[in-house]
Design a protein around this ligand. Structure first.
Ligand code: PEP
Ligand code: MN
Length: 344
């Protein structure tokens, strides 16, 4: 059993709880991870009397108690705990829509996207300034300039910004422009990067690795939490399958599965899963129906001319149509789409 203590408690309070657990037969070790203090209490079955977790949870110095032999501790437990980003909550009753191009190409392009995103129910503008590229000769983003354009257009339309950081040395820079740092699929197990963003308090969207098992993904999130940053949002973006009919296989089962294992919110990215724009609308609707807390969708003013991921990017008209379908499903699920009201 792991007893996770609240931050900023007195040493004597920890000692008293340790003594109490030892008196009940547990052998304990106190572990400091980042700013968090945990008590690992090991006991035989008879020590786990009915109600022990309930009693511990009622203790004002205890944040949470993890009873299972789960390999992840800090992110375990239900129900979903919303992550606060500015005035928004991700993982609360409202659904959050993040949308924009794969990559920021010009001030005009990102401005057009910001306008379309804000007009159609989006609250976050996405767009890469630092892009992972399979080929060393592929487009890798416009860097700092792109971050500036992204921020300016988002601000002009009352949107928040989500963008990828790939290099631990750039976490500070990207954090100056972003409200959420995206950790891409290819970096899900870049442990130095996970630890670096874990040392900040900036919300992190952790995409599932290209072929990551659910436990590996959750352990990657645990890396971030273990450094003290609990503002983590998971993003399912499809995993490698054997069929190239779609770019990846969207694993929708993982959404309710996570809801039973972890308190972290889950966003679904149908764009990188499908890799083709004709499947984005139905997959978006399905993601909401299985309980996703929001969507990450690629849209571009002129998809055939996009520098990256044009085949899966929606035109603005298609984005509008997709959002109207999503709105209907959201209504049926009793989860309104978070609007920008009050932010512009
Ligand atoms: C992206 O969001 O544009 C991206 C590169 O995503 P992923 O890491 O899921 O491939
Ligand atoms: Mn992309």
């Amino acid at each position: 059993m792991i007893v996770v203590l609240r931050n900023e408690i007195e040493r004597h309070e920890t000692e008293a709880l340790v003594a109490e657990l030892e008196a009940e037969g547990f052998s304990t070790s106190v572990i400091q991870t980042g700013e968090r203090l945990l008590i690992d209490a090991v006991g035989v079955a008879s020590h786990f009397t009915a109600g022990i977790a309930k009693r511990l949870r009622a203790n004002p110095i205890v944040a949470t108690v993890v009873l299972s032999g789960s390999p992840y501790k800090l992110i375990a437990g239900t129900p979903t705990r919303p992550v606060t980003v500015g005035t928004l909550k991700i993982g609360g009753p409202d659904l959050i829509i993040m949308a924009g191009p794969c990559t920021v190409e010009s001030p005009e392009q990102i401005e057009a996207c910001a306008k379309a995103v804000s007009a159609n129910g989006g609250t976050f503008l996405r767009g890469g300034a630092y892009k992972p590229s399979t080929s060393p000769y592929g487009f890798q983003g416009l860097g700092t300039e792109a971050l500036q354009w992204l921020r300016e257009s988002a601000d002009a339309h009352g949107l928040m910004v989500i963008t990828e950081v790939m290099d631990p040395r750039r976490v500070d820079e990207v954090s100056q422009y972003a409200d959420i740092l995206q950790l891409g699929s290819r970096n899900m197990q870049n442990f130095d990067l996970l630890k670096e963003v874990g040392r900040t308090q900036i919300p992190v969207l952790l995409k599932r690795g290209l072929a990551a098992k659910l436990t590996e993904w959750l352990l990657a999130a645990e890396y971030i939490a273990s450094e003290g940053n609990n503002n983590i949002i998971l993003c399912e973006r499809g995993i490698r399958g054997f069929d190239d009919y779609t770019r990846n296989v969207l694993d929708l089962a993982v959404v309710p599965a996570i809801k039973g294992l972890s308190h972290l919110p889950v966003i679904v990215d149908p764009s990188h899963a499908a890799g083709r724009r004709d499947l984005i609308a139905p997959l978006s609707a399905a993601a909401i129906a299985v309980g996703a807390d929001g969507l990450l969708i690629e849209t571009h003013p002129n998809p055939p001319a996009a520098k990256k991921d044009g085949g899966q990017s929606l035109s603005f008209a298609e984005f509008e149509e997709t959002m109207s379908g999503v709105t209907r499903i959201a209504g049926a699920m009793g989860r309104p789409i978070k609007s920008l009201a009050g932010r512009v």
